[in-house]
Design a protein around this ligand. Structure first.
Ligand SMILES: [Zn+2]
Length: 679
């Protein structure tokens, strides 16, 4: 980068500040670059939103009569004595700090307490050499926006920090737990002063530059996390040291930070914040960062087994664009007993029966191995159900939750990272979908589902049965689809409109395309209305019997393959084999156009020529299923709505080497078609 480029952003920054920009705009301009000293005061005033605060110190009566005024004065003097400034400067710093803190206490009728971090926060602010009223306003804003409430013994912030450490480094967390070291013992000053009490001034100024631009009060937790994880190797080697030594080492960690490290340090913290579920913040945001005086039951966090995840985050994460590599993606582990799982579950859920752990430990170990393998495979394949983050779903009923907790604890004990639990368990999923629940759950059976019919108690008999069933199911990975997740998101968005569209598809689309036959009567009726893409071993080919084989009656449409593939509306094509119900396979091409799924079959001895076997309107695809054990074996089912049910009219089955990609493109195309209709 040339010097010229370098100054452009500064000019941009200067003019943005003059135009009254937002912290986000500043962030976009600086991109983490070091802000020159001359611009820092303005940047901070903007980021802390101090512009309209006026001169509050005009209200100060200049009478220093706090009950513990002497204590305050001593603390200030003690602090300033350690500074390098010359004597005149020291005097003015002492006077500024004492005035500001005295007025702050008096105007709010609060009592000053030693070691509350205030003096440390004021010092970097004074270094900006702004008018005292600006310094005061910034100080007030920082306390309000960035210093978590409850930085006391057994306070909520420390329990939250512990959960975050555990989430990213369970081994280190368990080491500290074993030593009975809790975050409050070493990072109280970090939180109370945003590291100002422990880092040198240059580091603090640069860190705060980046911090205030982010406007994210939770960032402090990730800065703390990096500080701790950064020393993990050193800490883990201290197994034989006593607690006090380790606490001392930890406490001093930030003082080693140098200005050159700050940028990397903050980038790392940013990275970890992206790799952490966010919904737990919602419940505590107001408690930690407002003057509402709200109290939160700290037991919720001190006793939490792991980080809680809210149901909306779980569902929404499944709909995030796969290309967004940084987003938290969950691998769902449903650990309810089998009979509950079988009465309704999310299609993405891997089932791990918590009863198994006690009743058949060996089978449980195998199942866990299967789970971790499936997770690895899904990740490697870039599957839609893939996620590095394990989210456990319990029943949400006290009866079973203790078993679920044992399962989760067993994962943590193995030092498995990124372990969370769904807040409220399956009940929360059930409630979340509300009236759309039947459309969104797989195999939901209202007469057996314990949320729908809470009186269905599981007796020993059922539990025994469940163990047997589960063994058959393992490893039972069920993959989510872009289609069904997109549907869910949409269904939230348009409040049922989408469902309506699927129930009443455009009449000209299915006009005459159906192979209605006498067999229809015998067809299984589907309770689910929206298209569902799932990977499972259900419906063992009940429909293959009347798969059309009447092509011979039609006049064959022969086309030239390459020119067909180049035609205008073709979105993509996949070489595959069509599998007939009698097991015969034919080399074929699955061609996805903007509106249709076209099946082309190669003609033996006629190179380059193919027969157009069928043209399926995309809107008639109601189900795409894959085999658990043969994920490349894909079945497309076509149907029409029949009242509240879905009538399956026909199906095609293929062996597609690139099945995941192919089904994704088909799903996307169906969704985008729906999108067009909704507009
Ligand atoms: Zn139910």
């Amino acid at each position: 980068m040339t010097a010229e480029d370098d100054s452009t952003w500064l000019i941009e920054l200067e003019s943005a500040i003059l135009d009254g920009c937002t912290p986000q705009e500043i962030n976009a301009i600086t991109k983490g670059k070091k802000i020159p000293e001359s611009l820092r005061p303005d940047v901070w005033l903007v980021c802390l939103n101090c512009h309209d605060m006026g001169n509050q110190l005009l209200m100060f009566d200049e009478i220093f009569d706090l009950t513990n005024q002497n204590e305050l004065r001593d603390n200030v003097k003690k602090f300033v004595r350690k500074l390098d400034n010359d004597d005149d400067e020291k005097l003015s710093v002492i006077s500024d700090i004492e005035s500001i803190l005295t007025f702050y206490c008096k105007s709010r009728s609060i009592t000053y307490a030693s070691n509350n971090g205030w003096i440390e926060i004021l010092y970097p602010l004074l270094s900006l050499k702004l008018p005292r009223s600006d310094t005061y306003n910034m100080f007030e804003r920082i306390l309000k926006l960035y210093i978590p409430n409850g930085c006391t013994s057994n306070g909520v912030p420390f329990h939250i920090l512990r959960l975050i450490i555990q989430y990213h480094d369970p081994e280190l967390c368990s080491f500290l737990d074993t030593k009975r070291i809790t975050p409050e013992q070493y990072c109280m000053p970090w939180l109370k002063s945003l590291f100002s009490g422990t880092c040198n001034l240059e580091v603090v100024l640069f860190m705060w530059d980046l911090y205030f631009q982010r406007s994210d009060p939770f960032f402090i937790f990730f800065l703390c996390l990096i500080m701790i994880i950064n020393a993990r190797e050193q800490l883990l080697q201290m197994k034989n040291e006593d607690k006090a030594t380790i606490v001392q080492i930890l406490s001093k960690m930030p003082s080693d930070l140098e200005a050159n490290d700050v940028s990397d340090f903050c980038s790392l913290a940013h990275y970890y914040s992206l790799k952490t579920p966010v919904s737990f913040r919602e419940d505590v945001l107001e408690v930690l960062f407002s003057e509402s005086g709200l109290e939160i039951n700290s037991k919720l966090y001190s006793q939490a087994l792991c980080l809680p995840v809210a149901v909306h985050e779980l569902i929404e994460s499944a709909t995030v664009d796969v290309a967004d590599a940084d987003a938290v993606k969950f691998f769902l582990v449903d650990c309810r007993p089998a009979e509950q799982y079988n009465a309704g579950h999310l299609s993405t859920a891997f089932h791990l029966d918590c009863n198994l752990m006690l009743q058949e430990p060996n089978a449980f170990t195998t199942a866990v191995q299967g789970l971790l393998n499936s997770q690895r495979q899904a990740l490697a394949a870039g599957s839609l159900a893939a996620g590095e983050h394990l989210c456990f779903v319990s029943s949400g009923r006290t009866e079973e939750d203790s078993y679920a907790h044992m399962v989760v604890a067993s994962f943590l004990k193995k030092n498995i990272k990124h372990v969370s639990m769904l807040d409220g368990g399956f009940v929360a999923i059930h409630d979340y979908f509300g009236p759309h629940m039947t459309d969104c759950l797989e195999e939901h059976n209202t007469s057996v589902c314990l949320v729908c019919a809470p009186n269905n108690n599981n007796n020993d008999n059922v539990v025994q049965q469940s163990v047997n069933k589960t063994r058959d199911n393992i490893p039972a990975i069920q993959l989510f689809s872009k289609l069904s997740s997109a549907m869910k998101a949409k269904s939230q968005e348009v409040k049922g409109k989408l469902i309506e569209y699927i129930v009443n598809p455009n009449s000209n689309v299915n006009n005459g395309d159906w192979h209605v036959s006498a067999n229809d009567r015998k067809e299984q009726r589907y309770r689910n209305v929206p298209p569902v893409f799932s990977i499972n071993d259900e419906d063992e080919d009940t429909h293959s019997d009347y798969r059309r084989d009447s092509n011979t009656d039609n006049i064959d449409e022969i086309v030239e393959l390459q020119s067909f593939l180049k035609s205008q509306h073709v979105v993509d094509n996949f070489s595959c084999q069509e599998v007939l119900s009698n097991g015969y396979m034919f080399d074929s091409y699955l061609v996805i156009t903007e509106t249709h799924l076209v099946i082309l079959r190669e003609i033996p001895n006629k190179k380059g020529a193919v027969k157009v076997l069928s043209r399926r309107p995309l809107s008639t695809i109601v189900k795409i299923t894959a085999k658990k054990r043969h994920p490349e074996l894909i079945t497309f089912k076509y149907g029409v709505p029949d009242g509240d049910n879905l009538l399956i009219k026909d199906m095609d089955r293929f062996l597609i080497p690139n099945a995941a990609v192919a089904t994704k493109i088909v799903s996307n195309q169906i969704v985008s078609q729906l999108d067009n209709k909704l507009q």
